[in-house]
Design a protein around this ligand. Structure first.
Ligand code: NAD
Length: 314
């Protein structure tokens, strides 16, 4: 048949999400975990989720949940799981030695043209793939949680990654409905987490310095910046915020922008009395017990589901 196969290695939160995304795009997905029975458990969980999504009319792709589930299989044996795959998405623990070991094992078991892709959030391609012989077929495909609703995938090359591997992966991600972006070289934190770190740092400083409350800094994002950032980024925001576009914006506002940027404080250390105060303030808004956190996560996912529907329709 012309159905192509992707192997997902590691069946935790992200492995399950990738499996759902890939089957929604019509790929056969073989899911493997080194904890016996874990991959089968993941498939059972996915079955439940796909049925719920179908009932809510939120299932992705053209296929029914039954058709998507028929594309999914689970393995406790890595060699069997890799048989026939053209693409491997690794989703194991965020530990360098574990990932390096997995890619060594995988490379021994697959042909030279199979693409090896890692989900790592914070490890660099040059570290993750340091023990792989053929690095030209390796890259990082970094998803955002939950990938089923937040579609960005950062594609990050190793210095030796072939251009064709980037473009094939870009095409795969597009086919399954994700939104891939290509970094041109590796950098710590990739793009998303670097931007997020800048936002976290300044938010933290503003609260710590007594400028705003925890509640209000979150409102600055959710009722302010976030409203437009779901649809247009910082570049287009500037382009649209001056009568004649970005160049005009810089003429008008770059002085103020530079002044504010040079007034930023040092990198916060996120510990000590100040940090404790911020954490307590957060816990008063949303208690840190499982009941409250789970309820807020469910709310977040519901809202993201609605937002992704809105984005699809526009
Ligand atoms: P997780 O702990 O939920 O799942 C990891 C799974 O990998 C477990 O089922 C475990 O049994 C399995 N595993 C561990 N070692 C293995 C091995 N040697 N072979 C096969 N399976 C093995 O973790 P997660 O949250 O799904 O994260 C997986 C990866 O995705 C990490 O690198 C993480 O940084 C990245 N990521 C996570 C998020 C997130 O928000 N959770 C977002 C983007 C990327």
């Amino acid at each position: 048949s012309d159905v192509k196969t992707i192997t997902v290695v590691g069946s935790g939160l992200i492995g399950r999400s990738w499996a759902m995304v890939f089957v929604s795009g019509g790929y056969a997905v073989k899911i493997y975990d080194n904890q016996p029975g874990q991959a089968a458990k993941a498939v059972a969980e996915i079955r439940k989720q796909l049925n719920e999504l179908e009932e809510a009319h939120m299932i992705r792709g053209e296929l029914t949940s039954t058709q998507q589930l028929a594309l999914l299989s689970s393995y406790d044996d890595l060699e069997q799981a890799l048989e026939g795959a053209f693409f491997v998405q690794e989703c194991v623990f965020e530990q360098l030695d574990v990932k390096q070991g997995v890619f060594q094992d995988v490379e021994r078991l697959v042909g030279d043209d199979v693409i090896l892709s890692s989900s790592t959030s914070y490890l660099m391609p040059s570290s993750v793939f340091s023990k792989v012989h053929n690095k030209s077929r390796c890259l990082i495909s970094h998803p955002v949680n939950p990938p089923y609703y937040v579609k960005l995938v950062e594609l990050v090359p190793h210095p030796e990654t072939a251009a064709g591997v980037m473009s094939t992966t870009h095409a795969v991600m597009t086919k399954v409905g994700q939104a891939p972006v290509c970094l041109k070289k590796e950098i710590d934190g990739f793009a998303l987490n670097r931007v997020q770190a800048a936002i976290i740092a300044e938010s933290w400083r503003l609260v710590q310095d007594g400028v705003v409350s925890v509640k209000d800094i979150d409102l600055v994002m959710s009722e302010g910046l976030g409203m437009r950032y779901a649809f247009i980024g910082p570049m287009e925001t500037m382009h649209l915020n001056a009568p004649e576009g970005l160049e005009d914006y810089m003429k008008r506002y770059s002085g103020g922008l530079s002044r504010v940027l040079t007034s930023f404080g040092p990198v916060p250390d996120f510990c000590g009395e100040g940090a404790k105060k911020i954490c307590n303030e957060m816990s008063e808004l949303i208690p840190s017990d499982q009941k409250h956190l789970t309820a807020r996560k469910e709310r977040r996912d519901q809202l993201l589901m609605g937002l992704s529907k809105l984005k699809k329709d526009h």
